[in-house]
Design a protein around this ligand. Sequence first.
Ligand SMILES: Cc1ncc(COP(=O)(O)O)c(C=O)c1O
Length: 471
Amino acid sequence: VPRNLQARDLLLLVDRSRPAPVSRQLEEQMRCAIQSGAFAAGEQLPSTRVLAQDIGVSRGVIVRVYGQLAAEGYLSLRQGAAPTVRAAVRFDAKTAPPPSAGPRLLYNLRPHLPEVATFPRRAWLRSVRESLEQARSADLTYGDEAGLWDLRVEVAHYLSRARGVLARPERTLITAGSTHALSLVSRVLARRGQETMAFENPSHHILRAVASHGGQAVVPAAVDERGIRPDTIGDAAAVCISPAHQFPTGVALTPERRTALIEWAQEADAWIFEDDYDAEFRYDRAPIGALQDLAPERVIYVGSTGKTFAPGLRLGWAVLPPDLVDDVSQELLNSMLHVSGFDQLAFANFLHRGDFDRHLRRMRQVYRARRNLVVSLLRALLPQHRVRGIAAGLHVVLEMASPAAAAAVQAEAEEAGTLVETIEQHSFADYAGPAGLLIGYGGLPEPSLEAAIRGLAKIVRAAPVDDRQAA
Ligand SMILES: Cc1ncc(COP(=O)(O)O)c(C=O)c1O
């Protein structure tokens, strides 16, 4: 039977010498009592009049306290009935999430990780503060599904100067990252009856899963040392590629192949989805420009802050051919209304101040040094293995004798607490190209990186060299 709590049971103390208002003090004590179970679910509290008299505060104070606790879900208030404690369900944010099984992680060398320790927190905070101070009221309500106009203008400027994209703000959409853009485009094309999308073999398996979930039949196209082979695309309605730094092999699409790919698209009346995921980081010569400017009416250009800034921000962009702008905007509207306007405001400010370019310049130096370290260590420690894909991005490929050998090294490295990936993990079933380990250097500072590579090299040296031994 639920108790009827009397005012004296509540042990509420009001300390008028404290700066916190009386209502706040009472609210905190009652909230704690409910959270800790001292007041159990179903117990009835004194009326506002009785409690106010007992504590010696005005009735309005108790009305406010009960109102706040009811709004938080701790009390239920009904006209004519005593206020009642509701069951308190509390999750402690400090509790660690359930432990994942498996060995402890020492070094994460998976290829998708950028460095986030250098995230320019102070500059970002300045942009958050300044953009919020300057925001119009309208900016804080629902916005344009295609994105905040000011940000679309800034992104279009950035893409034309840094990536050679023919970007106009009207055709530039703000997305929650490249994966999001691919999902939107897959669904739009599928709805138009264009339901086959080719992907490079190998290519990121998550992107293929996203397209497939969006209604696309996903088919392979071959990749060699000059990039994708357009003659192997078949009759797909679209092809997804990363021409500046193919994922995962790291090859750049040659100028002749670029032309051939565009010709294929024109002949087949097909789309090219250009995933420009890490091309900002190119180390030995000037960046390779985007493909999009060769055929802006055919190329869906997609980029993101996932590699360049912080994956957790979930902010990216798509520059669309005119014929797709409305449909993709509608898809965005009907799935999430739009990307967070607050983040868009901050990022527009950040771009406008030149802070994004500053960050990229800094990170290019950081990654170049890490890349040089990894390449020189691998060459010295494993001279029999070719190291490929080193000109750009955040990972290299260490060629292995066979997929089985690569998988064996990956498993052993994981056992020792080092995570790497393999080309095989990202290839279609019929892949017959070179096998390799994907070694990301984005997320580890040099001393750890050196230790990780030395440990990995030991495992590679001890690994079986062909399928028979690995099996
Ligand atoms: C090939 C490739 N494309 C795109 C992305 C980025 O995805 P998003 O922009 O959704 O973070 C990644 C991230 O790992 C990737 O590896």
